[in-house]
Design a binder for this molecule. Sequence first.
Ligand SMILES: [Fe+2]
Ligand SMILES: [Fe+2]
Length: 482
Amino acid sequence: MPDGTQIDYNGLIPNNVGLADDQRVRRALETWHPGYIDWWKQMGPEGFQDCPVYLRTAVGVGAEGWAKFDFVRMPDYRWGVLLAPQVEGRTIPFGAHKGEPAWQEVPGEYRAMLRRLLVIQGDTEPASVEQQRHLGATAPSLYDMRNLFQVNVEEGRHLWAMVYLLQKYFGRDGREEAEELLRRRSGDQDSPRMLGAFNERTPDWLSFFMFTFFTDRDGKMQLAALAQSGFDPLSRTCRFMLTEEAHHMFVGETGVQRVIQRTCDAMKAAGISDPYDIGKVRALGVIDLPTIQKKANLHFALTLDLFGSEISTNAANAFNAGLKGRYREDKLTDDHQLLHDTYPVLRPRDGAIIREDVPALSALNMRLRDDYVEDTQAGINRWNRVLERSGIEFRITLPHVAFNRRIGEFSRLHADTSGRILSDAEWSARRLEMLPSDDDNRFIASLMRPSVAKGVYANWIAPPRHGIDNKPGDFEYVHIVR
Ligand SMILES: [Fe+2]
Ligand SMILES: [Fe+2]
């Protein structure tokens, strides 16, 4: 029997949940496994399934040294079921059941709500793998290719994480949902993934870095809120997923940072000081800063939509039920029930954007989104340090939350990146100042040529400061087999 921190690698499915002794769930997962592998081969990274990749695999779930690195062919990756260790005596941290012992089984009255939360989270995981499946072919280096594949296999594992909960705790319904998770496809007309941003294309590497910076960070916020759950198996699952998620955030943040760095270096070497001299900057084969800003605008707005409506009874119900908490709920010092509290929400009123206090329970999506914006801004500040150091007069900024929204209070109006409300005509006229045009996308696409020689980086991106697992600069992270 595993002790909770060590992982049992003996069976088909690595795990620290005692699958060896849980015949019913082991069989359900083993039945699901071939469909998963089919999905991976069909929808996972295209063209590189036979290549050994220097990947990390979890060897434990404790804080120290939980992973090992080795060359693995992706279809042979040991996906498994890994939960953070159980905390003795844990109680439900918030909501109507605050202070009661955390649930080890599904509370019957909340079964449907909980299943819905698991399915929505689960659906995002394979979706991003599908969105990113063509990127291997244009990787700017072996280092970046390896990072892409690491993110992909871990998103695959996150799918396993949710499928385990569905199969263990939801019987036949759970098994059906697990099948559906393999059936939907990102961007498919008839059977799309559940959330908008996960049906968008990720056509190039700048989009990939923006996606991992902005959209994986939504994942982090959602997992952090679910890690507070009174349903203990969900809390434990999400706590371990968060340790993997940190790397995805790193890939996005440093990816864009390296793009900015390279653009600044090339501009300085060519004696260009005006970042808006786009023709000249592009002639150097690097991505001009205004286009990087536009891509950030696009991905930020798409990601804000994932937080749902600012005012939401679903969010209030999930909190009251003790299923989904706030970001860092355990660090907050209020009553964790919020029955008498208010929270300020931005809303459009009579042609202006105003701040209005609403019942805190109904504004939980808004609150999580505010925490997200703050976390995102910290990353943007780190990008801007590169610009500061380079002495180039340009700073990346986050657009106003009303900009280019499809969900929530601002979806019925147009606003510019500073939050000024625009008429339809003004929006049409100014849209492409703020969002990537076809021309911008074509230019980025023109740079996307593979760079797979050892230690060589595409011209549009700076090399990383350190290798993965402290490997030297010319380390061959992926053995290309054709
Ligand atoms: Fe994930
Ligand atoms: Fe992720």
